[in-house]
Write a protein that binds this ligand. Sequence first.
Ligand code: TTP
Length: 398
Amino acid sequence: MDSIILCAGKGERLKPLTENRPKPMIPIAGKPILQHIIEKVEDLVDNIYIVVKYKKEKIIDYFKDYPKVKFLEQGKIDGTGQAVLTAKDYVDNEFLVINGDIIFEDDLRGFLKYKYAIAVKEVENPENFGVVVLDEENNIVEIQEKPKNPKSNLINAGIYKFDRKIFDLIEKTKISKRGEREITDAIKQLIKEEKVKGIKLEGYWNDVGRPWDVLEANKHLLSKINRDIKGKIEENVVIKGNVVIEENAIIKANSVIEGPAIIKKGAVVGPLAYIRPYTVLMENTFVGNSSEVKASIIMKNTKIPHLSYVGDSIIGENCNFGCNTITANLRFDDKPVKVNIKGKRVESVRKLGIIMGDNVKTGIQVSFMPGVKVGSNCWIGASCLIDRDIESNTFVYK
Ligand code: TTP
């Protein structure tokens, strides 16, 4: 049995986090989304074919030494069906296909018994997904694409079990309206010709599409960690709950860390810093004197040295925060924070801070309003109040 993981896409909705990395490389609970997926399947399959294209070198660099992993490059990013076809000359007769951007908990052992199966998940808002209709024996009888009136609350969870027949069906599908060859079109034909089981996922599942999905998945995975303190802990440090502190991390005097939280190798916290629940500090980050970080992902090499507050935010790599850089994460009226996603203003969640790309520098006393996105390589001058999205490579000085 082989597996194919689809990782060629751009992840437009997660910009600016995907400006310098493909979506599967966004770190959640301290490791890339793709690593979580590989850990779920590596004991079940012989080969893991990762289909890459956008920013492929980031995936190849990270996973090149994984024994079962092989990389296949999609010609261009022209559909999930096309991505599956990339593996046609390589995979066994039977194989698993997984979208490279989902976090899921279920064990897939049982799923692999079926010749044709699709994992389905019960959700409250099926109209935003591919809806799957099952008969009384759990065979899939219909697939509806983002329907206004969904016939069920089960959606396609992006995990499939196929055999080589799917390749012929993909080759026969027409190019869709958005110019892509879509796996769901081939599946629509497959359910006419074969019995395809809809297997319900019982555990956590998150199709990580929007920035607040990243934070939500991060929270869920952190809620499962165990306490494991390896780094250097100085005097008067308080560490409450399930906190992972990796080797070569240093927690300096008088800091407080409330779990669940992960502090990766080489990170430095304090003196006098406050790390609150659901925070991940990636490798070589620094959160210094009187800085507070809550429910946020701080990517590697980013420095928040003094008197700052970062809440419910995702901050890219190699950023540097000037003294007293502050993120707001809650509106006065308690309504959901609005965020621009692909040109549309959409409601997110009640508490959301900022989404920042890589290599951003802020001057002293910079403030951000909730839901703001800051592209990579920006400089934000001293005392600016940022209440709008900032395109990458911008120097904002008032
Ligand atoms: P999409 O849901 O289209 O995801 P995306 O990464 O393109 O995200 P966005 O909508 O924000 O731009 O694709 C599902 C999965 O398939 C995802 O893991 C990316 C992958 N994929 C490919 O490998 N090749 C492709 O040509 C496409 C379109 C997607």
